[in-house]
Design a binder for this molecule. Structure first.
Ligand code: PHE
Length: 447
């Protein structure tokens, strides 16, 4: 039996909700995946494509998730059943499984971030970043750090919507904005920063005509905006009735984009000014965990230590507020659908997720596998599902989205996009992504 609205958590303030949702959106995807994708896939051309996709499919899906969540005031499975009947429960289940799997590997990467943050704070710049990363990435230490990070996440979600999640977001998100902006300004003052900007913005319009680039830009938009797995749906289920959903979707997507964009303005000038341009094309994981620590080491002991600590602290904050939203999807489902208490739900689900993530801390092949399946493929399927659901199935979707909004004019075109434009675009992305996921998996087991 679903728990009635009165028993559920609720945000204490509008800002609290917005920052928690921005916290979900802003994470490793912004500070790691976006800048590299942009630099590798056409620079300014990619930027234009990404912004276009954000308006065309990202924002509509966010508003769709918000409408379902606020309208039903239930966690994903119960919310979909509420508006669409029991045959829509599997989509909700897919959301929960996706959240479970993403957090399983996300917690491992966040564990590395935690260790780097601690290392810069306690012992200073890391020498031999390549060897350091190898030592950090897998093994008992990686598992230990993953457990430590998950324990912090579980602790915050255990506190509930207002006392845990909202309070954390109100403190952590302004901190993250300040650090990222501060480091981007600092990076601009370095000699040779210009080469970094030139690399970031080098424009190649032929890249964006490639379906692979379209797919990765769309996938990045879903991942970065936390769409397609019920995180935004769940957060909106704690809203009061009168919030302006179209306006808040715009603010949240805008903030997410700004952080991703500014992260590039911070990363590339740092790398180029410190003479590491020849390492820039290597793997994205390497860029974040090897090239940047090398750049910090090249800055000298004091400056490198401060900048390195601040950088990893910001990354840690981003990862933490995203992990919170992933765990909240699973937790709220256990509360609503299994009738568990929040304490039981956070502890048992948090422990289960940690356990399922342990293989990723033993072999990076598992990490890649989980990411391909949940982070790339399931998110796209989930996004397609929610678009079709709100476009075609949910009764009164337009009235729910428009409630309390000063942007009523945007609602009919929004529904048209959900009905006719978003599904075919995502379908193309989905086919492409399914092939790529299949190739990665078969390469892994066949090769
Ligand atoms: N948006 C987060 C990031 O960019 C990741 C995430 C995906 C969080 C899906 C919640 C749900 O890192």
């Amino acid at each position: 039996m679903a728990i009635g609205p009165a028993d559920r958590g609720q945000w204490g303030s509008r800002l609290g909700f917005i920052l928690a949702a921005v916290g979900s959106a802003v994470g490793l995807g912004n500070m790691w995946r976006f800048p590299y994708q942009m630099a590798e896939a056409g620079g300014a051309a990619f930027l234009i494509l990404y912004i276009f996709l954000m308006f065309l499919i990202g924002l509509p899906i966010m508003l769709a998730e918000f409408s379902v969540g606020r309208g039903a005031k239930r966690s994903p499975i119960a919310a979909l059943a509420h508006f669409g009947g029991p045959k829509w429960k599997p989509l909700g289940l897919l959301f929960v499984v996706t959240g479970f799997m993403i957090l399983a590997y996300y917690g491992v990467i966040a564990g590395w971030v935690l260790r780097y943050t601690g290392a810069f704070l306690v012992t200073g710049v890391v020498n031999d970043p390549g060897g350091t990363f190898e030592a950090y990435a897998t093994g008992p230490w990686a598992i230990g750090m993953q457990i430590a990070f998950m324990a912090i996440t579980i602790g915050i979600v255990y506190g509930g919507v207002q006392k845990g999640i909202e309070r954390a977001a109100l403190v952590l998100m302004p901190l993250l904005f300040a650090i990222v902006a501060g480091l981007a300004v600092y990076a601009a003052t370095l000699d040779g920063a210009g080469a970094g900007y030139a690399y970031y913005f080098q424009t190649d319009f032929s890249e964006i005509l490639d379906f692979g680039v379209l797919t990765s830009a769309a996938g990045q938009a879903f991942f970065s905006l936390s769409l397609g797995m019920g995180a935004m749906l769940t957060f909106a289920s704690y809203l009061k009735r009168d919030d302006d959903l179209p306006q808040q979707s715009g603010i949240i997507a805008g903030a997410d984009f700004m952080v991703a964009f500014v992260a590039g303005l911070m990363i590339f000038p740092l790398i180029f000014a410190l003479g590491l341009q020849d390492q820039v094309g290597e793997s994205t994981v390497g860029a974040l965990f090897i090239t940047l620590p090398q750049a910090f080491a090249n800055m000298g002991d004091v400056a490198g230590r401060i900048v390195g600590f601040l950088f990893f602290a910001a990354l840690l904050v981003g990862a933490l507020t995203s992990a919170i939203s992933l765990l909240e999807v699973v937790t709220s489902t256990a509360i609503d659908s299994l009738g568990w208490t929040r304490a039981k739900a956070t502890l048992i689900m948090g422990a289960g997720i940690t356990l399922i993530g342990v293989p990723c801390a033993i072999s990076l092949d598992f990490l890649t596998l989980y990411d391909e399946i949940a982070g790339e493929l399931f998110l796209v399927i989930g996004a397609l599902g929610i678009a079709i659901f709100v476009g075609w199935i949910m009764p009164n979707a337009e009235a729910e989205a428009a409630k309390g909004s000063a942007f009523g004019w945007s609602i009919p075109p929004w529904r048209m996009l959900l009905k006719f434009v978003v599904p075919p675009v995502i379908l193309i992305v989905l086919i492409y992504q399914a092939i790529s996921t299949f190739n990665v998996i078969s390469g892994m087991f066949g090769g």
